[in-house]
Design a protein around this ligand. Structure first.
Ligand code: ADP
Ligand code: MG
Length: 683
């Protein structure tokens, strides 16, 4: 017995170590076995042969077949990584992160080592990285430092069917590279069967098709249009839960706010039901969901339970979630929309295309037959939905991309080899705006200022505001503002049961109505002054996560400022100068209170716009404002606004605003009936 006891004392640690090692090994074995079950696997050898034979290859395969996670690994296993990195672009940041994490697991390395990812404001790579996932926007930035992509042996432009702005621009750039770098391999992969267009564009590159495995999906339509699709989606999900056999549910919504509302509604509706229904696991996924929460969508559903994934169209093709059997598709997506004539750019909830609706439905039939509930009528599908989604390049502002292309020395933008060219008017508008910002000279060439602006992975207006802030003596404050508006997340939160407390706390930041930009700065400074305390966020009803992101972005902005030699100067108290610095970048986004006092009119190309209900200036209604962005929901709203003096506009942008445009009727004291026509036309 004595010996046994001694053994026992030594054993537990050893046993535990062995158990862990065994568990790890079996997990790794399972991962490797799963890789072999993917539809891609039987085509490993023929694919590698095709790649060896052709410089450019178009690869088509249904979502979930293993293109994104497997092809870079196959290439690595076949030795391509000896000659350089293997890059793979993704249109979405969440996909880049999530796929890299998965591949790191499969390769059995720590994420950020041999397998890494790079997204805006976050570089998770090292010297060791050989498989690099990145957003298409990041690869575009890499061109600035490495115009021939010399460090890569293979570049895979993935999810090509999404036709994001950055992917479309990449097409032109990589096509060019292929011509003078015969050693680089170029893969264009896509989930749509219509690959001829890609092939034609890439000088008739061969198409490699991976046959899909797809089970039938029953498609159900509503009899009449739904007045409230969010509500209808939740009700449908619960009906599925109560009446349908096992299988997870995927609901397509348009953004974080909707997803949060749906989550809340689902919880409310199931509260009283207790054990009468099976357990529900609610898993949200959207672009700005913190990465530690993203993996929830991949958690295996325990028997008897059901997972409901609430996703933006990121789950349409970029991410594959196993186990989905029911898809609920309200038929909407949030999209950029841009009117080059007025310069108005906004995010709009619009009906999806038929192609998109079919992709969504396909998500239900990946591993077994499934059902798709379309929350619109069959008639509407046939008659109201466009056949295909318009490529982003044709419905967005091109300021940033034009600045980048100019920095790459591409001067003739009209002659650039676009797969689908942007509207000429949009290109001209971007050139005109960059000229107004001082990034281009009157011959359309990049100026010194433009070169500095291009260093910032930000909208040209933000870049200009940051660079100019030095002359206003408040560059540190402006960096803070830039970071806060770039988080993409909501900063404030307002729990229903503590709404009054939350409002009081938030009102503190707006005390004296300094405007939303300064209020955002106050939030950051308040947090920084408490040494970034969690408690402070809690007490002030501020989202800690958004703040951490703002801090990261701010650090990067400060780093870039150093690189382009913008001195960091601080003057917190001079709010007028801070606002002037902001206006020096955002003089394009100016609006004036309408005579009626009910709404605002943009100053150039007059359009009616409104103060966003969450603005601190909603009651104040200053006469002249600048706004950060427009969002269109029920109306066209200006989000994040500050009051300005009209005289600043002629001071800051004399080339853009004439005195007449920024005069106030009241200041002119015209006799009744006179001068009205001129003012209405301009203001
Ligand atoms: P494709 O690019 O062809 O759409 P992927 O390579 O993205 O296919 O996906 C192949 C498989 O890997 C899918 O079954 C998917 O569920 C799985 N997978 C991908 N990313 C993850 C992840 N982060 N966690 C768990 N499984 C994942
Ligand atoms: Mg993929």
């Amino acid at each position: 017995a004595g010996t046994l006891e001694v053994d026992d004392e030594e054993d537990p640690r050893e046993r535990e170590r062995k158990a862990r090692a065994a568990e790890k090994q079996s997990k790794q074995e399972k991962l490797q076995a799963d890789r072999k079950l993917l539809p891609m696997y039987p085509f490993r050898e023929p694919l590698l042969e095709a790649i060896a034979e052709h410089q450019v290859l178009i690869i088509v395969g249904e979502t979930g077949s293993g293109k994104t996670t497997q092809i870079p690994q196959y290439l690595h296993e076949a030795g391509y990584s000896k000659a350089g990195k293997i890059g793979c672009t993704q249109p979405r940041r969440v996909a880049a992160m999530s796929v890299a994490a998965r591949v790191a697991e499969e390769v059995d390395v720590k994420l950020g080592q041999e397998v890494g990812y790079s997204i805006r404001f976050e570089d998770c790579t090292s010297d060791k990285t050989i498989l690099k996932y990145m957003t298409d926007g990041m690869l575009l930035r890499e061109f600035l430092g490495e115009p021939d992509l010399a460090s890569y042996s293979v570049m895979m432009v993935d999810e090509a069917h999404e036709r994001t702005l950055h992917t479309d621009v990449l097409f032109g750039l990589v096509k060019d590279i292929a011509r003078f770098r015969p050693d680089i391999k170029l893969l264009i992969s896509s989930a749509t069967l219509d690959a001829e267009k890609f092939s034609d564009y890439f000088d008739h590159a061969p198409i490699f098709r991976i046959p899909g495995r797809r089970y039938p999906v029953d498609i159900m339509y509503t009899k009449a249009p739904e007045a409230n699709y969010l509500h209808a989606a939740v009700v449908t999900a619960l009906q599925v839960h109560v009446t349908q056999p096992a299988g997870d549910v995927l609901i397509f919504l348009t953004g974080q706010e909707e997803i949060e509302a749906a989550e809340e509604l689902l919880k409310q509706r199931t509260k009283g039901l207790g054990s009468r229904i099976g357990e529900l696991m609610i898993a949200p996924i959207y672009a700005n969901l913190p990465s530690d929460l993203q993996s929830k969508i991949f958690e295996v559903t325990p028997p008897g339970a059901r997972k409901i994934v609430l996703a933006t169209n990121i789950a349409e093709t970029s991410l594959t979630i196993d186990g989905i059997k029911y898809v609920i598709d309200p038929g909407f997506v949030k999209q950029n929309s841009y009117n080059p004539r007025s310069g108005m750019e906004s995010l709009v909830v619009t009906p999806v295309s038929q192609a998109s609706a079919n992709q969504r439905a396909g998500r239900a039939g990946r591993t077994s037959p499934g059902k798709c509930f379309r929350l619109y009528t069959a008639w509407s599908y046939q008659n109201e939905l466009d056949e295909n989604t318009v490529p982003e390049i044709q419905r967005t502002n091109l300021g940033n991309v034009v600045l980048m292309l100019k920095s790459l020395g591409i001067n003739d933008l009209m002659g650039f080899d676009f797969m689908d060219p942007p509207p000429t008017e949009t290109l001209l508008r971007a050139l005109e705006q960059l000229y107004a910002l001082g990034a281009l000279n009157d011959r359309g060439e990049l100026t010194k200022l433009g070169r500095r602006m291009a260093e910032f992975p930000l909208d040209p207006m933000l870049a200009k505001m940051i660079i100019n802030s030095e002359t206003y003596g408040c560059s540190e404050e402006v960096a803070t503002v830039a970071a806060m508006v770039s988080t993409g997340n909501s900063i404030f939160y307002r729990p229903k049961d503590k709404a009054v407390h939350a409002d009081n706390a938030h009102n503190n930041f707006h005390r004296g109505s300094p405007g939303d930009h300064i209020a955002l700065m106050n939030v950051f400074n308040g947090w920084a002054d408490t040494n970034f305390s969690t408690q402070w966020c809690y007490e002030n009803f501020v989202q800690m996560r958004s703040m951490k992101r703002a801090r990261d972005i701010r650090d990067q902005v400060l780093g870039l400022m150093e690189r382009v030699e913008v001195a960091v100067i601080s003057d917190r108290s001079n709010e007028e100068n801070i606002k002037k610095a902001i206006a020096s970048g955002f003089f394009y986004h100016t609006a004036k209170l309408a005579k009626s006092g009910a709404d605002y009119r943009t100053v150039k190309n007059p359009q009616t716009v409104h103060v966003h209900p969450q603005s601190g200036l909603i009651e104040v209604r200053p006469k002249w404002v600048i706004y950060h962005e427009l969002v269109q929901t029920s109306k066209e709203f200006m989000r994040t606004i500050s009051e300005i003096k009209p005289s600043w506009l002629t001071e800051i942008a004399p080339h853009y605003y004439s005195k007449r445009e920024v005069e106030d009727a009241a200041d002119k004291k015209l006799p009744k009936g006179q001068g009205k026509a001129g003012l209405d036309g301009a203001a």
